[in-house]
Write a protein that binds this ligand. Structure first.
Ligand SMILES: C[S@@+](CC[C@H](N)C(=O)[O-])C[C@H]1O[C@@H](n2cnc3c(N)ncnc32)[C@H](O)[C@@H]1O
Length: 236
């Protein structure tokens, strides 16, 4: 999958070269192409922003410079996304659907944002990472790239994503590793039993318990078996 990222701060994306994503880049499973919007400024000082019409604080990114940067990577089959706090909130469903694409173009705003005319011209899908305002779209773009890349074939083994929080509609069960005893707290016996069916049942029950205690509103969208319903009844 190819990500073209339009940004004023390409250096911020260096952290994506680490860990799982770093390996995915090395194996050519994902390609992150950073386009510095400033390179498209025709101004001799490479200016990319200006004061807002109508007055007010801060600077606004110029439409012509952003548009030229966008045109340099645009392809008809690309899905174009603008990271903005005004967009639809990112969730696991959206992440999984984006991971099926071959080419994402991600536009990052900065300062007070981007001149509305270029947003209207490009007509991107607007995505937010939450109801708070950050200084720029770079961190949100990294959140999007990281979450989407995990679902690109070959980046993780399928088991890692099929049971984790949100993929089944529930939160995941608790995880344990060595040592067997830590500060007098023991690993649950069933996980050491090697009995796959009992482990599956325990994990399902813990998943339900976690969801019930931490995010009960998620339960209304989950298909529950009779066994699940009985477990939830016992929790009430
Ligand atoms: C300071 S913000 C501009 C906020 C804008 N003036 C407003 O009130 O809606 C600068 C840039 O950061 C990005 N940004 C900030 N918060 C975000 C969020 N929660 N999700 C996605 N992008 C965000 C956007 O690209 C935005 O253009």
């Amino acid at each position: 999958m190819k990500f073209d990222v339009l940004t004023l701060f390409p250096e911020m994306f260096e952290s994506l070269n680490e860990s799982v994503l770093g390996r995915a880049i090395e194996k050519d499973l994902i390609d992150i192409n950073l386009i510095n919007i400033r390179d498209f400024s025709k101004d001799k000082h490479k200016k990319v922003d200006d004061t807002p019409y109508g007055g007010g604080a801060g600077m606004v990114m110029r439409p012509d410079v952003v548009y030229d940067a966008y045109k340099s990577v645009y392809k008809p089959n690309a899905r174009v996304i603008y990271m903005t706090p005004q967009g639809k909130k990112l969730d696991q469903q959206k992440v999984e659907s984006l991971s099926k694409e071959q080419h994402l173009i991600i536009l990052c705003g900065h300062y007070e944002g981007i001149d509305q005319r270029v947003i209207d011209e490009i007509n991107p899908e607007e995505i937010s990472i939450g109801d708070y305002v950050l200084t720029g779209g770079e961190l949100p773009a990294m959140v999007l790239i990281d979450s989407v890349s995990r679902y690109v074939e070959g980046v993780l083994n399928e088991e890692s994503t099929s049971e984790e929080s949100f993929s089944t509609g529930l939160l995941e069960y608790p995880q344990y590793t060595r040592p067997e005893v830590f500060e007098n707290r023991e690993v649950p016996e069933v996980l050491k039993s090697g009995h796959h069916e009992n482990i599956r049942k325990w994990r399902r029950a813990e998943s339900l318990k976690n969801t019930y205690n931490k995010r009960p509103e998620l339960l209304k969208d989950v298909e529950l078996s009779d066994e699940d319903k009985k477990l939830l009844n016992d929790m009430n």
